[in-house]
Write a protein that binds this ligand. Structure first.
Ligand code: PHE
Length: 491
């Protein structure tokens, strides 16, 4: 590459940016409801196993690929094996799709933040539910009925994309400074929320549910799949983010220690967030006179129905805690949101030699426009459906392909030698075993199992055609990736 590559200001900027990308709504919105749906405390076991067998090995791999190739996912993978550029593009188009619905959830958070000043979501549990389902989202009843656009959600979406643009337009050096705030502030708020949560009456009931394992759920494959899907989502794996971030590091930077720091900081934060969430749920259960599993059944809506209800019930300073909680979600989410856009911008700029500053506004505008259907009355269902297909099929497929390409075509031992030559902590042949055998088998089996289940039952309670659109989307993205990889570039 002729031009000198952009660089992070320091090693800690990179580590913070990677932690910021990892810690996001996935920790506070997705982790609790996935844990809740998959047996509470018992879920922590497959989660930990997924972290060790797939999370950390793949993170080391992605850092190594980006740093060694000094370029974005498509071109980085191309230098590893000529025919694999499309896998890089697949990750990039997939993360773009993810970004469009992630921004929609951010928009809900922006709306709640605004409402928190007046506790505008009403003061009974029923009112809160009505606020989410009817006032804010005006759910249409079926994914096929789009209805009109919900103006506040559209405005929230515009605010989110504007924030993403502002964080990114100055380049990686400035980004490296912003992330100290977008990682630091949420940690501070989270600690306040944990302390507040633990001091509420009934908190212990919630924690019992969170920490007491029910080992029988470990026999269900669905729990294991959920754990692997969550690890991919939460560590931002298989989406190009880590490859592009690592490509702004000099070639001789440490890899293994950075990977351990990022993944442990992320999962530690999710575990901590669990205390805030489940103690609050315990409080809610005791205030409503029900048991914890009876509090709510809604997955996606957990953060948006349960928390405001709990916030209302707080004896003091409920507005302050409400605002803090949604500020927590926004600051947590924003560095993840822009980390989803950077690989898209970086990949286009790297392949065709464009200036990133010119590409960024176009990507942001396209992202906003593509996201508009999520602001309709059927938006909630589509966020749910697309999230499911992107995370369950898209991410596992890319993770699987990365392992195969790097494990067999490039040779895992060769890249391990490179990793060890620059890292303080050396990794042994166990890593090759994970990349070549354990991880691809687990991912491959999960993928096939899920596909069979999908064909038998469809997804959730939605009409069958939605499952076809989900699978159709994934196929379309693969075709698009091939087309992009065929286009002539500067590299
Ligand atoms: N890891 C982020 C979260 O937990 C989500 C994310 C996905 C970020 C993909 C970057 C890329 O919220």
């Amino acid at each position: 590459m002729a031009k000198t590559r952009e660089r992070w200001g320091s090693r800690s900027s990179f580590v913070f940016a990677a932690i910021g990308a990892a810690i996001g709504l996935g920790n506070v919105w997705r982790f609790p409801y996935i844990t809740y749906q998959n047996g509470g405390g018992a879920f922590l076991i497959p989660y930990l196993i997924a972290l060790i067998t797939a999370g950390i090995p793949l993170m080391i791999l992605e850092y190594a690929v980006g740093q060694k190739a000094q370029s974005s996912p498509p071109t980085a993978l191309k230098t590893i094996w000529k025919k694999s550029e499309w896998i890089g593009w697949f990750a990039v188009v997939l993360v773009f799709v993810l970004a469009t619905y992630y921004a929609t959830i951010m928009s809900w958070c922006v709306n709640y933040f605004y409402q928190s000043f007046t506790l505008g979501w009403g003061n009974t549990p029923r009112a809160v539910e009505t606020f989410f389902n009817q006032t804010l989202l005006a759910k249409s009843g079926s994914p096929g009925i789009l209805g009109g656009i919900q103006l506040p959600v559209l405005i929230g979406l515009a605010v989110t994309w504007l924030l993403i643009y502002l964080c990114l337009f100055k380049g990686v050096k400035t980004l490296g400074k912003i992330v100290y705030f977008t990682v630091g502030i949420p940690w501070l708020i989270l600690i306040i929320m944990v302390i507040r949560g633990l001091t509420l009456p009934g908190a212990m009931e919630g924690l019992n549910f969170y920490l007491t394992p029910d080992f029988s759920v470990l026999l269900q494959p669905k729990v294991w799949l959920a754990a692997y899907g969550q690890i991919f989502f939460t560590l931002s794996l298989a989406m190009g983010t880590l490859i592009v971030y690592a490509s702004y590091l000099p070639r001789n930077s440490d890899i293994t220690v950075n990977a351990f720091i990022t993944s442990l900081a992320n999962c530690g934060t999710a575990f901590l967030a669990g205390f805030a969430v489940f103690s609050t749920l315990g409080y809610l259960a005791s205030a409503m006179g029900v048991t914890v599993p009876e509090v709510t059944t809604s997955g996606l809506g957990l953060a948006f129905v349960t928390y405001p209800t709990a916030i209302n019930l707080l004896p003091v300073a409920s507005r302050l805690f409400g605002a803090l909680f949604f500020l927590l979600l926004i600051t947590l989410g924003i560095d993840s949101a822009f980390s989803q856009i950077e690989p898209v911008v970086g990949s286009i700029a790297d392949k065709w030699g464009f200036n990133k500053r010119k590409v960024l506004p176009l990507v942001v505008l396209t992202g906003f426009i593509v996201g508009i259907p999520y602001t309709t009355k059927a938006g909630f269902y589509w966020v749910d459906i697309i999230d499911h297909f992107v995370c369950t099929y898209g991410l596992t497929l890319i993770g699987f392909l990365e392992c195969i390409v790097i494990g067999y075509f490039f040779k895992a031992s060769r890249i391990r030698e490179y990793i060890n030559s620059v890292s303080d902590v050396r990794i042994g042949p166990w890593w090759d075993v994970f990349i070549k055998i354990v991880t691809p088998i687990v991912l491959g089996v999960s993928l096939i199992y899920e596909l069979i289940k999908l064909i038998q039952k469809g997804y959730g309670n939605y009409p069958v055609w939605t499952a076809f659109s989900g699978i159709g989307l994934i196929i379309l993205l693969i075709v698009l990736s091939f087309i992009l990889s065929r286009k002539r570039g500067n590299l």
